[in-house]
Design a protein around this ligand. Structure first.
Ligand code: AMP
Length: 388
């Protein structure tokens, strides 16, 4: 089945046409500056549509130009927030669209754009099945002791303030592939998955299900990321508020100016590693803070899953930065984890083991592929018999 995967942001729209069975990308593209332009200037660069509907007209034209008359089987939408309701991908109808819209306050930058994308497709291709695949859904299996914050109950009951967790599509996909690589049934897989990209989160997996995850009410909590602080003492925010910082100032500082960027002046792991190797003390400190924080989480999640049987690295940094993986593994001696330096530094796009045979548990690198995961989930909802 051919699935159009849509990742709709407030001013951008990423798309891919996927052949689900082959796992291949037939065409892909990115439309930017939605709402900022006047319909594009026709020089080959697609840019500047007036709204999401016009952006989708451009997607339709680009797909047609590239692939001719092909039969799309369904559209799969990456939807950031599924709140407490959505524990798995769903076939979209008007009621589901309204339910996603009601979650807008929980993801004010993302869900409204997802809804615009869904409505635009409904108008353009009314007969095409659409499926919502939620970034939070995989974490609906968290037990209450993991998702509760120790604040007055009314914050949860009146405002929905709890841990939701994100990157769920990636964590689930990588869980399945890691279990496959190790030859264990997925429902017997106990491990820790570190998704380390520009955004980063770590998830504790027990019996193939998420039982804890480092991102929380928003994607800010947890690990040190490219530009996000991750965990910090909440009183710092009170302190800054009293010192005159506005909520917007604090939001910008924590989400856009912190993390590697705040510590080392650069949010790109490659540059930070290079600077550290060239003797830049701030870059080395940033790597030490970032790897230490992750190692602490891995230790904590080893406990959460009752003894992890594998540690898995994925996403841009997790898949590519052998230096960062080594820094983390160096701090995990207490768990008996030992990397094979040769295997760790090999470059490959394949899922692989990078630990020594003596390591107490295997350490894996498993490339993630969120678009393929969304395409597979979409196909499985539309035609359950195609489920992998
Ligand atoms: P993602 O958000 O998954 O695309 O990951 C982005 C992060 O991965 C950035 O910090 C990049 O510097 C990092 N990254 C991508 N490729 C490499 C590489 N070859 N070596 C080290 N880090 C990389």
């Amino acid at each position: 089945m051919l699935v159009l995967v849509i990742n709709s942001g407030s001013s951008s729209l990423k798309y891919q046409v996927r052949d689900v069975a082959a796992g291949s990308v037939l065409t892909e593209g990115l439309i930017e500056k939605i709402g900022m332009g006047n319909g594009g200037d026709g020089d080959g660069e697609i840019e500047g549509p007036r709204d999401h509907a016009e952006a989708l007209e451009q997607v339709g034209a680009a797909i047609h130009a590239e692939l001719g008359d092909l039969e799309l089987g369904a559209v799969g939408h990456r939807v950031v927030h599924g709140g407490e309701r959505f524990a798995e991908p769903v076939l979209i109808d008007n009621e589901i669209t309204r339910a996603i819209e009601r979650l807008n306050p929980l993801a004010p930058l993302h869900n409204p754009a997802n809804v615009l994308g869904i409505r635009a497709i409904t108008r353009k291709w009314p007969d095409l099945p659409q499926v919502a695949v939620f970034d939070t859904a995989f974490h609906r299996s968290l037990p209450e002791h993991a998702w509760r914050y120790a604040v007055p109950d009314e914050l949860y009951t009146n405002h929905g303030i709890r841990r939701y967790g994100f990157h769920g599509t990636s964590h689930e996909y990588v869980t399945h592939r890691a279990a496959g690589l190790l030859g264990v049934p997925v429902d017997e897989f106990d491990g820790v998955i570190a998704h380390l990209g520009n955004g980063a989160s770590v998830t504790a997996i027990r019996g193939g299900k998420s039982v804890d995850t480092s991102m929380g009410f928003t994607p800010l909590e947890g690990l040190v990321m490219g530009t996000r602080s991750g965990d910090l003492d909440p009183s710092i925010l009170v302190f800054l508020g009293r010192a005159g910082w506005t909520p917007e100032d604090i939001d910008t500082m924590l989400n856009r100016e912190s993390g590697l960027k705040g510590l080392a002046g650069n949010n790109d792991m490659r540059s930070v590693v290079e600077a550290s190797e060239a003797g830049d003390a701030k870059a080395s400190m940033a790597l030490a803070v970032t790897s230490y924080r992750l190692a602490k989480y891995i230790g904590g999640y080893h406990v959460a899953v009752g003894g992890a049987k594998a540690l898995v690295f994925t996403a841009g940094i997790g898949e590519n930065s052998y230096q960062f993986r080594a820094l983390v593994a160096d701090k995990l001696g207490a768990l008996g984890i030992e990397l094979d330096a040769g295997l760790n530094s090999q470059r490959s796009k394949e899922p692989r083991v990078i630990s020594t045979p003596e390591s107490a548990i295997p350490v894996l690198v498993v490339p993630t592929d969120e678009e393929q995961a969304i395409a597979e989930a979409t196909a499985a909802v539309v035609h359950p018999s195609t489920a992998p």
